[in-house]
Write a protein of this length. Structure first.
Length: 105
């Protein structure tokens, strides 16, 4: 069975030495992903409830920005997803279950 791609028509951008809109969006999304990961660590290490609350608000805003950036890139055809089969899902589930079992032993 062929893999089915899930995507939108791609907005073509000028390639070359200069950065284009896709390059900027890719960089923005990568930066936001890193910030969300780092903010997760900050949340777990917050020294008091006031700081935790402030970090949590920042974290939620970063998540919104990250999602909006991803959705825009998907809409513009710069992100392509792959439809999966039940067989692939079952295989991955078995692999993950094996890894979990190994960790628990």
């Amino acid at each position: 069975m062929e893999n089915k791609k899930v995507s939108n028509p791609k907005l073509e951008v000028k390639e070359g030495l200069n950065l284009n809109d896709k390059d900027y969006m890719t960089n923005l999304l990568s930066t936001l992903k890193a910030m969300v990961k780092d903010m997760t660590v900050a949340l777990t290490e917050a020294s008091n409830s006031k700081i935790y609350s402030e970090y949590k608000n920042m974290y939620e805003e970063l998540l919104k920005l990250q999602r909006a950036s991803y959705e825009l890139m998907f809409k513009l055809g710069w992100y392509t997803l792959e439809e999966t089969t039940q067989n692939k899902k079952d295989t991955l589930e078995k692999e993950l279950q094996t890894q979990l079992d190994n960790l628990q032993n």
